[in-house]
Design a protein around this ligand. Structure first.
Ligand code: ADP
Ligand code: PAZ
Ligand code: K
Length: 275
């Protein structure tokens, strides 16, 4: 897959240096990997954690295959966003064994790129990086709705991260309903939805979950506009595509990976200045 940067700031256009980076976004459900070259996402891969972490052991086959298929060698600089400490250790060992130079990005590393009004020792790095990624494409007032394992809603205004909300993710909602109400059918939010009172259990459950998310998110964004003025809201994360048609906001699939790219570029510019 190839995605060119749609909107550059002046600094971007002037940066013509050939530049590659290998980015990993390790969440609580999946590991997303991408290889960037010249401001372009050239290769992308995603692996469910059950596929790469089997019986408490890291299974390197799929990742090795992905690196080989895309001819990615260990000279490329490698950056990791991780909110999953258990698998992070294994991913780092995997990369070190193959002689990659890999860095796990910490919230403090980002203070030169984005202002942070949040408890910096606690924040999930993915929330900062997807905000930085969104700013690349949508400007300095952005709200990122990331529908991953959890749903996070994060506001950035004038390049300052203001904080956000953490809500249960879709799988989490469906699985917990199943746990507490095992006599009901397993919910499936991927089916078509209609916002009228449902006439059977399946529809009542699926529409109920779906519209609670839709109207919850719309309500949050509406009230944040009243308090914080203008910003662009954007959807991202593994479950977002099921909501794209109902919510009026653009869907941009890999914002955390783009945030990593932006950070790598920032690091590169610091290295240039110091050399
Ligand atoms: N191909 C797919 N089909 C259905 N759901 C998917 C698919 N890929 C991802 N998801 C959903 O997206 C969620 C994971 O999204 P992701 O953004 O990778 O999360 P995280 O960053 O927390 O690992 C899971 O809850 C899963 O249900
Ligand atoms: C909120 C999260 C669990 C979301 O993780 P994800 O759904 O992307 O896997 C993660 O960003 C996290 O662990 N955050 C730390 C707490 C915080 O951000 O305040
Ligand atoms: K999330």
């Amino acid at each position: 897959m190839k995605i060119g940067i749609k909107r550059f700031n002046d600094e971007y256009i002037s940066n013509e240096k050939k530049f590659s980076v290998l980015a990993f976004d390790l969440g609580n459900s999946r590991l997303k990997c991408s290889y960037f070259e010249d401001s372009c996402m050239k290769h992308y891969g995603a692996f469910r954690l059950e596929e790469i972490f089997v019986n408490s052991k890291f299974d390197s086959n799929l990742l090795d295959k992905w690196l080989k298929e895309n001819k990615i060698d260990n000279k490329v600089k490698c950056f990791i966003s991780s909110v999953n400490l258990t698998i992070e250790k294994h991913l780092l060992s995997f990369l070190n064994e193959r002689l990659f130079s890999a860095k796990v990005i910490e919230p403090r590393d980002l203070v030169g790129i984005i202002g942070i009004e949040y408890d910096i020792d606690m924040i999930g790095i993915d929330r900062l990086l997807h905000s930085i990624g969104a700013s690349l494409f949508y400007g300095e007032g952005v709200c990122v709705v990331d529908m991953g394992t959890a749903i996070t809603v994060d506001l950035t205004k004038e390049n300052v991260y203001k904080g956000g909300f953490i809500m249960p993710g879709i799988d989490m909602i469906c699985k917990s309903i199943n746990l507490f109400l095992p006599h009901l059918p397993m919910a499936d939010i991927t089916i078509n939805h209609t916002n009228v009172p449902s006439r059977n259990t399946n529809d009542a459950l699926n529409n109920g979950i779906f519209y609670s998310i839709v109207f919850g998110l719309e309500g949050i964004i509406r009230s944040w506009h009243e308090k914080f003025g203008d910003f662009t809201t954007v959807l991202t994360g593994g479950s977002a595509r099921f909501f794209e048609s109902e919510l009026s906001w653009p869907y941009f699939p890999h914002l955390t990976l783009w945030g990593i790219y932006r950070y790598a570029e920032y690091k590169e510019s610091l290295n240039e200045k110091s050399s």
